[in-house]
Design a protein around this ligand. Structure first.
Ligand code: ATP
Length: 247
């Protein structure tokens, strides 16, 4: 059984049919890359997994740890151990680093929109653990998040996600706009997070950066899977790279 399985998923924004019979699986313990051009449907796929609406999944199933979670509210999916770090790196600009990192504790004791408690007995990573992955955040505990560099904000967004119990981390273009040196720092952290047991689904436009650290990759185009294989197989598949990734 795969950790995550999408079977023939069709997702829509209103009438707009975006994901078309999309099937993919993520195995426990791997880093899996989801690649494709602008508008291919990568973010839509992550949002469909995390239960974020829009889009709406109108057909097909999303299963996590063998349970059908299609259409479940995002709070419930998060409580099952799926954490999404969205593309916009939403950190709370006016709060300090440490205050941002404490927010998941506050959220854990709240209720979801149906008034049900989503409190979980499981804990995410401790502050000390996330500082180990990202020493830069440790040095800047009291700094206002809005004044962090783009790379530091990305680290904070990932660190905050890990403060919730996380079996599967969904990363949406974590390297976007970052200098090569910072990309490397984030890459090393992502590899360590995986080594310590968290499975990762990594969305990237930068196919080279993504396949460097991925075990397997999917390429999607117009909401359909057009390639599935190892990073090496993708490197060797010039036609797929040129046609769907432009590299
Ligand atoms: P990018 O790399 O540019 O972020 P992507 O592969 O993540 O692209 P998506 O953001 O999933 O692509 O978008 C897939 C399609 O869905 C695009 O045609 C986009 O215009 C459309 N789309 C995305 N969000 C919405 C929305 N809220 N309402 C309507 N259409 C949307």
């Amino acid at each position: 059984m795969s950790l995550l399985e999408l079977d023939d998923v069709d997702a829509y924004y209103d009438e707009s049919h975006i994901l078309r019979d999309l099937s993919l699986s993520v195995e426990e313990g791997e880093i899996c890359a989801l690649l494709g051009r602008n508008g291919a449907g990568k973010t839509t796929t992550l949002r469909s997994i995390a239960g974020a609406t829009p889009p709406t999944v109108q057909d097909g199933t999303v299963s996590f740890q063998g349970t059908d979670v299609t259409g479940d509210p995002p709070e419930d999916i998060a409580a099952r151990g799926i954490s999404l770090v969205p593309e916009e790196r939403r950190v709370f600009a006016d709060l300090s680093v440490v205050e941002n990192l404490r927010l998941p504790e506050v959220a854990r004791s709240s209720t979801n929109r149906f008034g049900r408690s989503v409190a979980t007995t499981r804990e995410g990573m401790s502050m000390e653990e996330v500082y180990e992955y990202f020493p830069r955040l440790d040095e800047r505990r009291e700094q206002r998040a809005g004044t962090l560099s783009g790379g530091e904000q990305q680290m904070l967004a990932i660190a905050r996600a890990l403060r919730q119990p996380t079996d599967l981390l969904l990363l949406d273009e974590p390297y976007e706009g970052l200098a090569p040196q910072i990309i490397e720092t984030v890459e090393r952290a992502v590899e360590r997070i995986r080594e310590d047991g968290t499975t990762i689904l990594l969305v990237e436009q930068n196919a080279i950066a993504a396949t460097n650290i991925s075990d397997r990759a999917y390429v999607i185009d117009q909401g359909e899977v057009v390639f599935e294989g190892t990073g090496e197989e993708l490197q060797d598949d010039e036609e797929t790279r040129q046609r769907y990734l432009g590299v």
